[in-house]
Design a protein around this ligand. Structure first.
Ligand code: PAF
Length: 326
């Protein structure tokens, strides 16, 4: 069976639409940062399965897991340029491309998972998705990673004071960096592919990520302390190159959108499962776990950061998210 590169060749869509070469299959390259056994792998597998169901025999999905194609910022750039077709990514670097999306990265913005999913699936989240095409990207759906927590190799962290001076890797995300600076830590932005080595070599003391990532990246091998801070909800996105998406015929666009939704649903299911079992797994692997913190204390120290976020995003937008009811 003949396999062509995912469009770029607008002509291909026409040829396929006309039925002139019904056997030609179009290759779709999808990259993501974590192993195939992770929530991103679950999302990519579901994407491929749904695409095949909705557009039988038309596409062949080639997966590039575990940062094989670089860090998340690099992969988004590649999607923008059209040298990569799709990426499943955290929201971490996305605000550098679509600035409004960074509002979702504000600490303690979402009460719980149900609140986050309702906001992202509702008008606020869909309005954010509508901002991607102006940046050469099409965001198909909001997936997720779960709430982010803190790990470190130095000490037990229970309260904001315990963060003082800790060299913490953050994503390349201004909202997160401001939060950790305000909390007294020393935030060090770093692309994910460098993080495990940085923790091993001690160039950073800790990092923050959801249980889904801490388990799948085996961070218990390089970090002793885990604090379930739930300091920020971590959305994920399924993003496709706009040029490439625009070249699809309508039925294939619908298939891609359905596949994006299936990927998001699979990520959410994976996260639900790992959130219930993951902490016990990590304890079993020797991590010392602080299971809850006094959120109000963290929020109080973050007051100057919240004032900055209000300037950047508008208090009305932040309140609309906080108070959203479906
Ligand atoms: O911390 C990050 O950079 C992200 O959460 C990760 C691990 C790459 C998954 O998107």
């Amino acid at each position: 069976m003949k396999i062509t590169r995912f469009l770029g060749l607008a002509a291909l869509a026409g040829v396929l639409a006309s039925g002139a070469s019904a056997s030609a299959q179009t290759a779709v390259k999808i990259g993501y940062a974590l192993p195939n056994s992770s929530h991103y792998g679950a999302g990519a597998n579901a994407f491929a399965a749904e695409l095949e169901r909705a557009a039988p025999g038309r596409f062949k999905v080639d997966q590039f897991p575990a940062s094989a194609l670089g860090g998340e910022r690099e992969m988004i750039e590649s999607v923008q340029l059209g040298t990569l077709d799709l990426v499943i990514t955290s929201s971490g670097p996305v605000g550098n491309f679509v600035p409004d999306v960074a509002v979702t990265d504000i600490p303690f913005l979402f009460r719980d998972t149900a609140h986050a999913r309702a906001v992202l699936d509702g008008p606020i989240g869909q309005d954010l998705l509508a901002k991607f095409p102006a940046k050469g990207l099409v965001a198909l759906a909001w997936g997720e990673q779960g709430f982010r927590h803190l790990t470190n190799g130095r000490r037990t962290v229970q309260a904001p004071d315990d963060l003082k001076g800790l060299k913490l890797r953050t994503m390349e995300n201004q909202v997160h960096m401001l939060a950790f600076r305000t909390l007294g830590a020393n935030p060090t932005p770093m692309a994910w592919p460098e993080v495990v080595q940085g923790l091993q070599q001690g160039t950073i003391d800790g990092q923050e990520n959801p249980i889904s990532v801490i388990v799948s990246a085996k961070l218990s091998e390089v970090q002793k302390h885990l604090t379930l801070t739930r300091h920020v909800f971590s959305p994920a996105l399924v993003i496709v190159s706009k040029d490439r998406f625009d070249g699809l015929k309508d039925a294939d666009k619908a298939a891609f959108r359905a596949a994006g939704k299936a990927a998001a649903a699979a990520m959410r299911k994976f996260v639900d499962d790992v959130e219930t079992k993951g902490v016990e797994t990590l304890k079993g692997q020797g991590m010392q776990v602080v299971t809850a913190v006094d959120t109000a204390k963290f929020q109080a120290v973050l007051a100057p950061a919240y004032a900055e976020y209000a300037k950047r995003f508008g208090q009305a937008k932040i309140d609309a998210i906080r108070n959203y009811k479906p």
